[in-house]
Design a protein around this ligand. Structure first.
Ligand code: PHE
Length: 444
């Protein structure tokens, strides 16, 4: 069997992992989730979720991945706990489902790049969304997006994923900073910043139950946790890299990109009317932003740059989602990478088709992943590393790093008690959302 690939450098791994983390979640959902959930109040809860729960959970996946040195299912066997491999399998399944609808939204982004050139959305942003979000255009764009994703993953870990993300991540950062700088010149920008940045703690207190699940879900999703992605990516990592340092860098850059996106989106929205109506679900974000671009001088150019950033972000994430099932099938069944990427990609494209029928399907897929699969998976991972895995596996955290054993012990207890408790609470609240959507006919 061919030797397993590894990242060519530590920075290559960081780029790829940041690429996975930075995605539609940061630039598209984050600002709009913030808008839907009370502005700065949501931001505070989200940041706490990212650093207090997300970061330790990322270490959980890194420990399993690097120590297991194989795909997310086989990793558990290599660690000596084969009967836990269903946990990795759950991540593989979640990656499949997520990519299937993520790619549909990726297709929308392609249509909006085209619309920035043709001016398609300038007149009536709502009508444009209607024409590209479902039906034949949506199907075509979804397939194109999947094809690009397949192409990159088929080229391999270093030649495909590492190389692509090394170009896309710097481009995203530079363009976003440029857009944020430009946004400061807009009239109304100040009102946007204010809405974004001054938390109303009364809002947090009175809406705790409705803010925490989306903030937690968003924190896991944006860090690509609970999908076995970080298990797969860290399995290609050298033994002498510091997991906490790499993870810290990934979390910080990912958070910066989300925050930056807010500095682009809110001034633009407030320059053309405000954030009302921007919060309600998948499509409103596209309609609100495109509408704003249509009303701004040189809006087509700005729109083009914005949607190009969004496309890079979406692609650098979608390749990580495809890598998970591909690494599993190539390693466990010995099928070639190209064939697997193509076959898996095609299957995923088909699974995603219902999401091109209308946004309610997309919301349903999204809610199942956010409210059900994700928290269950993170809960199992925390229990596994916290209570089941042996000390040797736990000590993987400190290998190649200068952290002391007291850091490892503190982390272990955090993962044993705090992470599972918070996640269970989130799961409970999230199930309510799902149940309501199903029983009140919210989805179908
Ligand atoms: N983190 C990506 C985003 O924020 C999405 C993603 C989730 C990618 C899970 C891979 C795995 O858009």
């Amino acid at each position: 069997m061919a030797e397993r690939e590894t990242w060519t450098s530590r920075i290559g791994f960081i780029f790829a992992a940041v690429g996975s983390a930075v995605g539609l979640g940061n630039i598209w959902s984050f600002p709009f989730q913030t808008a839907a959930n009370g502005g700065a109040a949501f931001l505070v809860v989200y940041l706490l979720a990212v650093f207090l729960i997300g970061f330790p959970t990322m270490m959980v996946e890194f420990v399993i991945g690097r120590r297991g040195e194989s795909n997310p299912v086989a990793a558990f066997e290599k660690l000596g706990y084969g009967n836990w491999s269903f946990t990795g399998g759950l991540g593989v399944f979640s990656s499949l489902v997520t990519l299937s609808f993520y790619s549909v939204v990726g297709g929308w982004v392609l249509s909006y790049i085209a619309g920035s050139v043709t001016g398609g959305y300038f007149g009536d942003a709502g009508a444009y969304f209607g024409s590209v979000a479902s039906g034949p255009v949506a199907i075509g764009a979804h397939l194109v997006f999947m094809a690009i994703t397949i192409g990159i993953v088929a080229s391999g870990v270093t030649d495909g994923i590492e190389r692509a993300t090394k170009v896309m991540i710097p481009a995203i950062l530079v363009l976003l900073v440029g857009l944020a700088a430009w946004a400061t010149t807009l009239e109304g920008a100040t009102a946007g910043y204010e809405y974004y940045l001054s938390p109303d703690f009364g809002v947090i207190a009175s809406n705790f139950g409705s803010i925490v699940p989306p903030a937690m879900g968003q924190a896991f999703f944006t860090l690509s946790l609970g999908f076995s992605v970080m298990i797969a990516y860290s399995s290609y990592l050298g033994r002498d890299d510091s997991l906490p340092a790499d993870g810290g860098a990934i979390v910080v850059v990912n958070t910066l990109v989300a925050l930056l996106a807010g500095f682009v989106v809110f001034p633009i929205l407030f320059a053309t009317g405000g954030a009302e109506g921007a919060g309600g679900g998948a499509g409103t974000a596209f309609i609100a932003l495109a509408g704003a671009f249509g009303n701004l001088p040189a809006g087509g150019v700005i729109g083009f740059v914005f949607f190009a950033v969004l496309l890079f972000a979406a692609l650098s994430s979608s390749i990580s989602l495809l890598e998970v099932p591909v690494s599993y099938v190539t390693e466990n069944y010995g099928v070639g990478r190209r064939t697997t990427a193509l076959a898996m990609g095609a299957a995923i494209a088909v699974i995603g088709l219902p999401a091109t029928f209308g946004t309610t399907w997309l919301d349903f897929y999204n809610d199942v992943v956010f409210n059900l699969l994700l928290p269950i998976s993170v809960f199992l991972l925390a229990i596994f590393v916290g209570w089941v895995a042996d000390r040797e596996a736990i000590d993987e955290l400190g290998r190649g790093s200068s952290i002391g054993s007291s850091f490892t012990t503190a982390w272990l207890w955090w993962v044993r008690i705090v992470v599972p408790t918070v996640v269970l609470m989130t799961l409970w609240l999230g199930l309510e959302t799902l149940y309501e959507g199903l029983t009140t006919g919210g989805y179908f």
